[in-house]
Design a protein around this ligand. Structure first.
Ligand SMILES: NC(=O)c1ccc[n+]([C@@H]2O[C@H](COP(=O)([O-])OP(=O)(O)OC[C@H]3O[C@@H](n4cnc5c(N)ncnc54)[C@H](O)[C@@H]3O)[C@@H](O)[C@H]2O)c1
Length: 461
């Protein structure tokens, strides 16, 4: 069958793989190729063992792979054949030079731009899928225009709003698809081509179009707002713990106000994931660049509270366990940054594990999907940590449990059995407020939720 369009995605990661699988699934008339410089990743995409865990992803990939979805390492050859090129490479925080620790590292992005120039002998639409600093499209255009050839390139911004763990549902039923373009005749024509692709399954009133700079900035701002809500509720959780108020009751009372809304108001050990911190740092960096220091300070405080929340969790554990963790066995239940993903990037569990090892605790890490990533994240400590997937074996003869990820599994464990196998007095620190605190207290645990009074069997002095 002859395909209508050749669509290419450069970068086969958490975004490139699922988004292109969805486009292929919804648009059988187009051929979608996903390329990556990492041959292992591509081999995994072509195997039964996909490189990322995401509910529903396997089924979609299986339905379209080899029909109109292809994974390949042939980056240059694929560029030339493409009409539309999505760029979905990683844009981590810069670790060197000017802006280190703040600015986005755009080297991977720029390399793809140069490669597109080098390998193209026809006009193309280039789509920014990666999250980028506002005005990156301008740099992209400059690189593309400096090409000696006569071909025209249109650059569009189409940031991805999927959340890991619910990526397939988010892609199939997005709140919105955002497409930014230059407002020139050719920019608008390119924009309409991309609208037409999404219109295969997304209602047109949910496809928002805008100028290109607003689109680029909107992605950073959306992530900053989401993270800000988490830091806001987490900041209040600290006050709840001091005043015997209950964060769940506060969140419910606040969230029913339709102006505020009830989503993203769960107090926790802190946010993680590859995006929130890096995107806020990027936003802060841009604000400082323009001399907007008050604005930068405001957003930076979202990250500071997140760090405070993680550190507070460790100091609470230390205080509860008689100010000494040395030699005590502690099981971390969960290591992924959230449920239903194996992704551990910026997971709060990384910091907490490091701090507990610093206190000389003996750590056991358990997670249904993230143990391999945990081993990589903590390879500098691996002789001090055990990894045991089975939660019953992981908690056996432990002094304490700390829940790091809101996996459903942890709501339904047999905690009586776990209690029986642990060293007494036993402690459970619920970093996600997912267990039934009263029931566990009645079993005999000393229970420390987030933002609620602790339930202990100790006499108050
Ligand atoms: N992960 C998320 O939930 C999420 C959500 C929305 C947006 N984003 C943004 O999407 C972008 C990608 O994120 P991700 O999580 O998919 O990252 P990722 O690290 O999982 O994937 C990026 C891939 O790009 C590949 N790559 C890098 N340079 C390349 C090159 N020159 N040619 C070919 N391949 C190359 C890497 O090998 C890697 O496999 C980032 O900008 C991120 O901020 C991520």
């Amino acid at each position: 069958m002859a395909f209508k369009k050749n669509i290419l995605c450069i970068g086969a990661g958490y975004v490139g793989g699922p988004t292109m699988a969805m486009i292929a699934y919804k648009c059988p008339q187009h051929k979608i190729t996903v390329v990556d410089i990492n041959p292992e990743r591509i081999a995994q995409w072509n195997s039964d063992n996909l490189p990322i865990f995401e509910p529903g992803l396997d089924e979609i990939v299986r339905a379209v792979r080899g029909k109109n979805l292809f994974f390949s390492t042939e980056v240059e050859k694929s560029i030339n054949a493409a009409d539309i090129i999505f760029v979905s490479v990683n844009t981590p925080t810069k670790t060197f030079g000017v802006g280190a620790g703040m600015a986005a590292d755009l080297q991977y992005w720029e390399k793809t731009a140069r490669q597109i120039v080098k390998c193209s002998d026809s006009p193309k639409i280039i789509v920014e899928k990666s999250t980028l600093p506002v005005k990156t499209a301008l740099a992209m255009e400059r690189i593309l225009i400096s090409n000696k050839s006569d071909f025209h390139f249109d650059v569009l911004s189409n940031p991805e709003f999927l959340a890991e763990g619910t990526a397939i549902n988010d892609l199939e039923n997005p709140d919105r698809v955002l497409i930014g373009s230059r407002l020139t005749e050719s920019g608008l024509k390119a924009r309409n081509e991309l609208v037409d692709i999404y219109a295969n399954w997304v209602p047109e009133d949910q496809i928002i179009t805008s100028d290109i700079w607003s689109s680029e900035l909107s992605k950073l701002v959306a992530n900053a707002f989401l993270a800000q809500r988490i830091s806001s509720i987490n900041a209040i959780s600290a006050l709840c713990e001091q005043t015997d108020a209950d964060i769940t009751n506060v969140a419910r009372a606040v969230g029913v106000d339709s102006r505020i809304g009830n989503k993203f108001l769960n107090a926790s050990v802190g946010f993680g994931g590859s995006c929130f911190k890096k995107d806020i740092l990027n936003l802060v960096y841009i604000c400082r660049h323009y001399g907007l220091n008050e604005v930068a300070d405001y957003w930076e405080s979202v990250i500071k509270i997140n760090h405070y929340q993680k550190e507070r969790f460790v100091t609470n554990m230390l205080g509860a366990m008689f100010n000494s963790l040395a030699g005590k066995k502690i099981a971390l239940l969960g290591f992924a940054f959230k449920a239903d993903t194996g992704d551990t990037r910026e997971s709060p569990a990384i910091y907490i594990a490091e701090r507990l090892v610093e206190e000389r605790a003996e750590l056991i890490i358990s997670d249904p999907k993230a143990i391999d990533n945990a081993k990589t994240d903590l390879k500098h400590l691996n002789n001090k940590i055990k990894y045991i997937e089975d939660p019953y074996a992981a908690t056996d003869e432990c002094h304490a449990i700390a829940i790091m990820t809101e996996w459903d599994l942890y709501r339904t464990l047999d905690y009586q059995k776990i209690y029986n196998s642990m060293i007494k007095p036993c402690f459970i620190f619920d970093g996600r407020n997912v267990i039934e605190h009263k029931r566990l207290f009645e079993i005999g645990f000393n229970v420390y939720p987030i933002g609620k009074p602790a339930m202990t069997h100790f006499e108050h002095s």
